[in-house]
Design a protein around this ligand. Structure first.
Ligand SMILES: [Zn+2]
Length: 427
């Protein structure tokens, strides 16, 4: 009886100890409608949005802290659905190999701590990290350290090692002496059962998503269309998809042309990564099956020149055809989730260039913003993210000016709150 009483006291103490923060917003962007509501106050209790005032209403709030953002536009924290915190840019194959060969996993994880902080400072309060590129399950540790408050960083949804088939991923056997057993940038499988085993292993180690590499060897045909080599047999990819979905996880597929994209969708993929060479049939199937496209536009542009110089011009071709593809796919109603592939390019490069490309290719700034907020939260299956509304997590950013008029402003996020804690105040 007495024990129960003590327990009750502790609970009520904890409840009342939840700190409240009032945020006075010059204007609050409703990312669903594009409406900018002027003079709104948000009340955050603990890590949750407790109340949002009517625009212009006189609000008398009792809060532990009051934050004045009356000169700013306030909006939900951004979501990047394709990152690699454990990678520090790989324009050439050599850049990649050097990281895997010369940097220990602990050293790469220390660098990743920095990447996580950069993402948060950039205004990305959530990321889906799509593969550790040879750094084992270190993404699970980073996520754990962030969630426990050991290091600052965004909310992480992780996919651990990622999966390809034997012999089709760096470090390539063809580059090194055959006597050497080279480390690999992911888990390699041969056979449906191995696919199932690896999915089970990754989930057991904490994978939120399963990432596969569905194709390789991209070529442009004389008629301008693109083809590739599917990495998996039908049995392998179907087994991986089935095991993923049965385990209540989702499948993200690196897939560049119809040879990878159609196989991945048939196996149950929820998102197609890159998709630079997709054709009309891919677009139709993605629309029909509600499969998201993470177009990763800037990274392709970023690596195109360097790779062309190294003898591989395919990324240059993709850059040339991307604007027309983007227009066609979005006109057909394809859903886009924001994904940069940052880490594939240097973390000190901008994380918001994809917004600018999308607007350049025909999206309104609001549509571009939606890819990194409500679309991204829908892809992740996380309704408490991506929107400022009562009951959602307090993941909030502020910028100077109106991003629905000038998308470039997203490259200069002034203030960041994640989970009710302020991480950037450099107004
Ligand atoms: Zn990637």
């Amino acid at each position: 009886m007495r024990l129960l009483l003590i327990f009750t006291c502790i609970i009520s103490l904890t409840a009342s100890a939840q700190r409240t923060t009032a945020i006075k917003c010059g204007q609050l962007l409703d990312v669903r409608t594009g409406i900018l509501n002027k003079n709104v106050t948000i009340l955050v209790k603990g890590n949750v949005i407790e109340m949002i005032s009517q625009p212009g209403a006189m609000v008398k709030l009792k809060a532990d802290t009051v934050i004045d953002l009356s000169e700013y536009t306030v909006m939900p924290g951004l979501i990047d659905c394709h990152t690699h915190v454990l990678l520090q840019g790989d324009i050439t194959a050599e850049d990649y190999d050097v990281q895997v060969l010369k940097e220990s996993v602990p050293y790469r994880t220390i660098r990743a701590v920095n990447s996580c902080n950069i993402a948060l400072q950039n205004g990305f309060t959530t990321i889906r990290d799509l593969g550790t590129e040879g750094a084992g399950y270190a993404d699970v540790d980073l996520k754990k350290a962030i969630n426990r408050g050991v290091i600052p960083g965004p909310r992480m949804f992780v996919s651990t090692l990622a999966i390809n088939t034997t012999g089709h991923y760096p470090l390539s056997e063809s580059t090194y002496a055959w006597e050497l057993k080279m480390p690999k940038g992911l888990a390699e499988i041969t056979g449906a059962d191995e696919g199932r085993r690896v999915v089970r292993e990754q989930i057991a180690h904490g994978a939120d998503w399963i990432k596969i590499y569905a194709d390789r060897g991209y070529t442009r045909l004389a008629d301008g269309s693109y083809r590739s080599i599917p990495n998996f047999t039908t049995e392998e990819i179907m087994a991986i998809g089935d095991e993923t979905i049965r385990s209540r996880r989702k499948l993200a597929a690196h897939a560049v042309t119809r040879d990878g994209i159609l196989a991945a969708i048939n196996a149950g993929a929820t998102s197609i990564e890159h998709g630079f060479g997709m054709d009309d049939e891919c677009i139709q199937l993605m629309v029909q099956k509600n499969v998201y496209w993470c177009p990763t536009i800037y990274v392709n542009d970023y690596v195109a020149e360097g790779r062309a110089k190294a003898g591989s011009p395919i990324n240059k071709y993709f850059s040339e055809t991307e604007p027309a593809l983007f227009k066609k796919a979005t006109a057909a109603g394809i859903k886009i989730a924001y994904g940069t592939d940052i880490g594939g390019y240097d973390w000190h490069e901008p994380q918001t260039k994809d917004f600018e490309f999308m607007v350049q290719y025909g999206y309104s700034p609001l549509q571009a913003i939606q890819t990194a907020t409500i679309n991204a939260s829908a892809l992740l299956g996380q309704p408490l993210l991506g929107e400022i509304k009562i009951g959602n997590y307090a993941d909030i950013i502020a910028i100077k000016g109106d991003p629905t008029k000038n998308i470039k402003l997203l490259g200069d996020v002034k203030w960041v709150m994640k989970d009710g804690v302020v991480y950037k105040t450099g107004k």
